[in-house]
Each structure stands twice: as C-alpha cells, then as structure tokens.
Design a protein. Structure first.
Length: 437
C-alpha cells in the first residue's frame, strides 16, 4: 500500500489532485478553530474543560463538526446541514413526482437536485445556527458549567444576527470546499470532510481514555480500546464488502448484420444496503425527546422520565429503543432507495433476465424477496455495531460518542474504502498496481 501511495504521488495529475485535497483539508481544519464574533473564548474553553468529554445532546453534531460545535467556531455546524438536506431530498424524491422525474433525467436532473440541496442546506444552517446561538445564550449548551451564561456576554439582537450569519456562511464555505474536492481533487468531497471531522477527534478521545485509566498508568485501558477498535474496523470492512450477486443474462439481438447482447453480469446487493443512514436517523430521533425536555420549563413527570431513560447511552430503555429504531430505519431506507419494479422494468427493456426467473413482475418479486432476506442480517449488524462499542466502553467511563462508536466506525470505513477504490481506479488506468491486491 505504501508503494502504491508513492507511485500515486509520482503521477503528475494524480499528485496535483492529492495535494489539492490536502490543502482543502488544512483550510477546513483551520476554520474549525476560528471563533465567531460575540463569543467569550475563555469561557468556552473553561466550559469545555469542565465538560470533560460529556457532550450531552450535542455530541453527535459535535462529532460531525470535528469538535467545532462546542467551540462555537465559524465551522461549528460543519457538514451536518448538508447531510440532513441530502437525506431530506432523497426521501422527498420518492414522494414528490417532480423530483422523481428530475432524477430520471440524468445529469441535468441531478444537477438541479444538487442545486435544491444547496438551498435547503443554507436554510437548515440558518435554523440550526439560530438554535445553537439561543442555546449558548441561555447557558444550556454546557449544563453544569459555572460560566455557561457568560459565553455570549453581549446578547443584543445585532450580535445574535451576526453570529447566525457567520455560522451560515461557514456552512456554505464547507459545502463549497467539499464540492472543490469533488471537482478538482480525488472526488467524494463531502464524505472526505466528514471523514476528517471524525478522525480529528481520535487523538483527544484516546488520550482521555489513557488519563482516566488506572492500570499501568492507563496504558492497559488505552491498548485495550485500540485493540477493540481495530477488531471492530476489521469486522466492518468484512461486512461492508459482503454482497449478494444476482446473475443477469442478456439475450442476443441482431440489428442489421451485427449481434448485440449475449453477455452475463450481476446485480450487486450489499448486505448493508442502507449504510450509516439508519444509525443517524435513530440517533437523531432519540435526541428529540431529550432536547424538548431540556428546553421545557417545570418539573413534570414525563420530563423526569425522559431525563432518566433517554439521555444516557448505557440505559437499557435507551439501548432497546436505539436498536429497534436502527432495524426499522434500515428496512425503511432500503425500501425507498432500491425499487425492484424499476430494476425489473429496465432489465426487461434491454432484454435482460435472471436465469430461472421470468421477466417482469416475477423478477421484481424475486428481487424484493432477496433484498428482504439480506436486509435482516444487515440491520442486525448495524444495531450490534452501534451498541457493542458503546456498552464495552462504559467500563472505561467514555461518552457514547467516542470515535470508536458505531456511527464513526461505519463512516470512516465506508469513506476510506470508497476513496481507496477511486484512487485505485485512477492508478489502474496508468497500469500501476492498485491498493487492493
């Protein structure tokens, strides 16, 4: 692999793409450390130190922003508004006929949907930025911090608007940086920025485990966590690469004097067809009751129940609901992202068929049957990956958004595999050995 990297840097055009991507990553990481106007930086740092890794309700968003959320920096919202907008547009494509028609138009329709995604990203950034500023002003961003109410000393309306504009502009810049990587870098820009955001929290989180440990100065706990993380990464790589291949045969067709078709191929159905989306959906849905309880006044019974059962990642009720929601959203997302009827119609149109299965409706029913069969182990795998690291790290007093948690492992492995494949394909075009041997 190191030799392949060296050969990649020896290729002039590929070297330019890699260096350009690294430069964009540096700019992105610098932006995550620039505080926005109107924030008392010393008070923020004091509250971060007092939090000691307990990120509360904002842990998931803070992880996706590379730790910039709790620092209240220019890139505090990170890539999360774009991810949310992309998911919303993907879900609406199934519901709104106009978006579905755009999706079928090819590159022009995709460009239009991308433009809608940008507009929705800015709108969500304004909404989330306003919520973050209001939370910081009220002192609820760092519950238990003695100087939490001093984070925003000037609570004038002009200062609030300026803070929201800075965060929204930061989100637009992050979106632009991701598109630059896609167009002029090695591709897959948004995913790479997400990868960098999560990977940036690894050193501090691992060192926190070492400092909290008591065996051999914390090095035994440190080594154990690293070993568990490597095992989990290996398991995720194994399952992410697993797929069910449905054979497809195309009949020969004579057009004039030429023969077309007669080839054999397959439809790859991944075991984890939904990716990390069900985990994000489940986490976000479980944050809603806790967020409502945090901002509600009074001391009602439902508020106490939510604070006792739905705010701690190690609570049995939280674990059970989290697992069930992941399984549900895995089936839900697969159902809306893969249309067996559309695949069967396209196969029939071009003269393709599955050996032993009649074309048309029987093919669609067969694909739906196979997809449901492989979605069950895929959804259970997602639930276990999301919960096992959390439960294992409870003994080390780590928070539920530790980088070796399920969401971060799935994203890092998925983005890493996709990036390696993209670089490998460019190397193979120049007759070099690839990364995967």
């Amino acid at each position: 692999m190191l030799t392949a990297f060296a050969r990649a840097f020896k290729t002039p055009d590929l070297r330019k793409k890699l260096l350009f991507t690294l430069a964009i990553i540096v700019v992105y990481r610098v932006g995550t450390h620039i505080p926005i106007p109107g924030v008392d930086y010393k008070s923020v740092q004091e509250c971060v130190d007092q939090a000691s890794g307990n990120q509360g309700l904002f842990g998931l968003v803070n992880m996706f922003s590379g730790g910039a959320l709790l620092q209240i920096t220019v890139f505090a919202l990170g890539i999360m508004p774009y991810i949310t907008a992309s998911i919303i547009l993907q879900l609406l494509t199934v519901v709104i006929p106009r978006l579905e028609a755009l999706k079928k138009e090819g590159q022009a329709g995709t460009a239009k949907i991308t433009q809608y995604t940008r507009y929705l990203t800015v709108a969500l950034a304004i909404l989330q930025g306003t919520g973050l500023v209001a939370t910081a002003r009220s002192g609820a961003l760092f519950s238990g911090c003695t100087v939490a109410s001093q984070i925003v000393p000037d609570q004038a309306i002009f200062t609030t608007i300026t803070m929201v504009i800075c965060m929204t502009a930061g989100t637009a810049v992050v979106m632009w940086l991701g598109e630059l990587i896609t167009d002029r870098g090695i591709g897959n820009g948004m995913s790479i920025l997400m990868f960098i955001s999560i990977a940036a929290t690894f050193p501090s989180a691992l060192w926190a485990i070492k400092k909290q440990g008591t065996l051999a100065g914390g090095w035994i706990e440190f080594g154990t966590v690293v070993l568990v993380g490597l095992v989990m990464v290996g398991l995720v790589v194994f399952v992410e690469q697993a797929q069910r291949r449905i054979p497809v045969q195309y009949a020969k067709r004579m057009i004039g004097r030429r023969s077309y078709g007669g080839t054999s191929t397959y439809i790859p159905l991944k075991v984890n067809q939904a990716g990390v989306i069900p985990v994000i959906f489940a986490s976000s849905l479980l944050y809603i009751p806790a967020l409502i309880a945090q901002f509600s006044s009074g001391d009602s019974e439902w508020k106490r129940w939510v604070e006792q059962n739905l705010t701690k990642g190690s609570h049995p009720i939280y674990i059970t609901l989290y697992f069930l929601l992941i399984v549900f959203f895995a089936f839900f997302y697969v159902a809306i992202s893969f249309n067996p009827e559309e695949v069967a119609d396209n196969m029939k149109k071009y003269g393709g068929f599955i050996p032993g299965i009649r074309a048309g409706r029987p093919t669609a029913e067969y694909l739906s049957y196979v997809l449901n069969r492989i979605t069950w182990p895929g959804s259970l795998y997602l639930g276990l990956i999301a919960l096992v690291p959390t439960m294992a790290l409870v003994g080390f007093d780590a928070n539920q958004n530790f980088p070796f948690g399920g969401t971060s492992i799935l994203i890092i492995v998925g983005v890493g595999l996709e990036t390696v494949k993209q670089i490998e394909s460019q190397l193979q075009q120049r007759n070099y050995e690839g990364f995967l041997r």
